[in-house]
Design a protein around this ligand. Sequence first.
Ligand code: A2P
Length: 329
Amino acid sequence: MVIALVGATGLVGQVMMRVMEEQKLPVSGFIPCASARSAGKEVMFQNKAYKVCPVDEAIAAKPQVALLSAGSATSLKYAESFAKQGAYVIDNSSAWRNNKHVPLVVPEVNAHTISSDTRIIANPNCSTIQMVLPIAPIHKAYGIRRLVIATYQSVTGTGVKAVQQLHDERAGIESEKAYPHPIDLNCFPHGGDFLENGYSSEEMKLVNETRKILNAPGIRITATVVRIPVIGGHSEAVNLELEHDFSIADIRNMLLKTAGVSLQDDPNNNLYPMPRFAEGKDMVFVGRIRRDHSVPYGLNMWIVADNLRKGAATNAVQIAQYLHANAWV
Ligand code: A2P
């Protein structure tokens, strides 16, 4: 397939290239794009150097798949032009996620919402993807009534500038800031913009996207998103209140059989998921599975994944693989 990648110089774009290489995606043509700032730059893909080009050139080349990972404004500007040229657009920004005509896809959970006529497919938010994967089978079996989430998010979720801010602070170098506060030796309950309802935009993504992916508009969800000085992955403390009684053994067995999920749950031997060890991996790691005794059918778990991998690049590449497996591209 011929693939265009918009945002090829960004953190997620770079990981998308590595994941496509690892998964041996049958790419016959590759068109990497970025902003005008990157004119003249080259990227390496499948052992070949490619010049980064302007987005208009990529649209004119009529790729079969366009991976967009350059922020919402860029997606709003270009997604439909790619689609009009016949491309399947897999968009990593939040621009199209709440559009009811656009499927929001975690392939293991709801790939069936894509059809051959679909043109724009939204890749969910990183924190949503890693949470939905392990809770989807639990919802199917027991029904989720309510979710209370607290996240501990890696600086890689904010992009190149944020990672640089952390490194520069640690090295004592004054430089451009991605955050309104120091991030080293600190944490802040601030992800995205604050909204009129008192929540941050990242918190509302967890609420709205989880309901859409699980096709469960009635689930009550509340979230607190926190940025921490970590590289490697996002962690989440997730409290679930279920409709029906369950046993911890059933939950474990279910998660052991869930594609893409890896159980790390032996706290007495210090085994639980950690971002340092999730880094570079495609799995979602789950541990600290335990009953919440404060409500009738309560459950707690700790979920960790590399936000650049399953939380972004891997999920997007899996969507491209799904299109290919169906012979649509
Ligand atoms: P560039 O490197 O030229 O700025 P990150 O979130 O890791 O910072 O990456 C953002 C990605 O989106 C980069 O590849 C960046 O390119 C790209 N990008 C930002 N704005 C635009 C734009 N207007 N058109 C195309 N690509 C863009």
